[in-house]
Ligand binder design. Structure first.
Ligand code: NAP
Length: 288
């Protein structure tokens, strides 16, 4: 039973802002089609048949269709090597009918994923995975943000979370999530601390966080008692059983704002992917 004497954080719902962003994207895609006759196209590349990856790609393609974006799917057999994958990504990069490219992570044990990502032309890197995109994002230059961090920033803005001068703690430093998210927070004048598996005394750092981003992949690693009262908590973790990296019930009693899992960060990620695909098409057609 909930203890009603304790304050309870406001939920940062991601579904409604994601829907609004997708509606705006669909309108932009329709406008582009009207003006140029071109339908924006996202190529999805999937190596193997990992069930979670198959589901993610299917979901992304279904959302494309809803937003009036064409999707071209390129399934490759498990065991596909780096050079074949690099060739496929190079061909898609050179194909004028393709405006955005998504290589589903993980690409498998036989692939040098970094080399594969780098084969995506920066102009089509709508998932924000290339070194070029990371550098552009870090320097505040035009380019595509990594989708989940980009979605997190939009969510923070949606809830008018002040970032300048506040201490943002990012737990996790992966290339697709923690690291770019920290760069975007830094770009908004937050004071950023990165934590990872070798961080000593994680709870003492968590207690200093005005804004906490959990991007770990460990179910309920972070608990309410670890939080600074009134913190803004973004839980990007998505673990089996729809469980985040934050223990929701205890964190909700201490935080001011908290994302639910599911329905927080997840929907924003796909919405950003679609928005960036249409933006890429606009730029490639000289309209961006
Ligand atoms: P990842 O590549 O496995 O990285 C996990 C990070 O967490 C690493 O930097 C690791 O540190 C750190 N870590 C591991 N155990 C830790 C501990 N006990 N204390 C502190 N740090 C620890 O994972 P990822 O791809 O970034 O994904 C993280 C989570 O986000 C997963 O649950 C994933 O499903 C979810 N995710 C969600 C979305 C979405 O759209 N909602 C998108 C992407 C990912 P080291 O670097 O030292 O190993």
């Amino acid at each position: 039973m909930t203890d009603r004497s304790r304050p309870s954080a406001r939920l940062m719902d991601g579904t409604a802002p994601a829907r609004r962003l997708t509606e705006a994207t669909a309108a932009a895609a329709a406008d582009l089609r009207l003006r140029t006759g071109v339908t924006p196209c996202l190529a999805t590349v999937l190596v193997g048949e990992d069930p979670a990856s198959v589901t993610y790609v299917r979901m992304k393609r279904a959302r494309c269709e809803q937003a009036g974006i064409r999707s071209r799917h390129v399934p490759l057999p498990a065991g596909t090597g780096t050079s074949r994958l690099v060739d496929v990504l190079g061909e898609l990069s050179a194909d004028p009918a393709v405006h955005g490219i998504l290589l589903q992570h993980p690409a498998g044990p036989d692939v040098d994923e970094r080399a594969a990502f780098e084969a995506i032309a920066p102009a089509k890197d709508v998932d924000g995975v290339t070194t070029h995109s990371f550098a552009a994002m870090s320097f505040g230059l035009p380019g595509f943000a990594s989708c989940t961090p980009g979605g997190i920033m939009r969510l923070l803005d949606e809830y008018q979370v002040e970032l300048a001068g506040r201490h943002a703690v990012v737990v996790g430093r992966s290339a697709i999530l923690g690291k770019p998210a920290g760069m975007l927070l830094l770009g908004r004048d937050a004071t950023v601390t990165y934590c990872h598996s070798r961080t000593a005394d994680l709870p003492s750092i968590l207690r200093e966080a005005d804004v906490l981003l959990a991007a770990v992949g460990r179910p309920e690693l972070i608990r309410g008692e670890d939080l600074k009262p009134g913190a803004v908590v973004i839980d990007a973790g998505y673990n089996p059983g729809n469980v985040g990296d934050v223990h929701f019930a205890s964190a909700r009693e201490r935080a001011a704002l908290i994302t639910p899992v599911p329905g927080g960060v997840g929907p924003m990620t796909i919405a950003v992917l679609l928005a960036q695909t249409v933006e890429a098409a606009e730029r490639q057609l000289g309209l961006g």
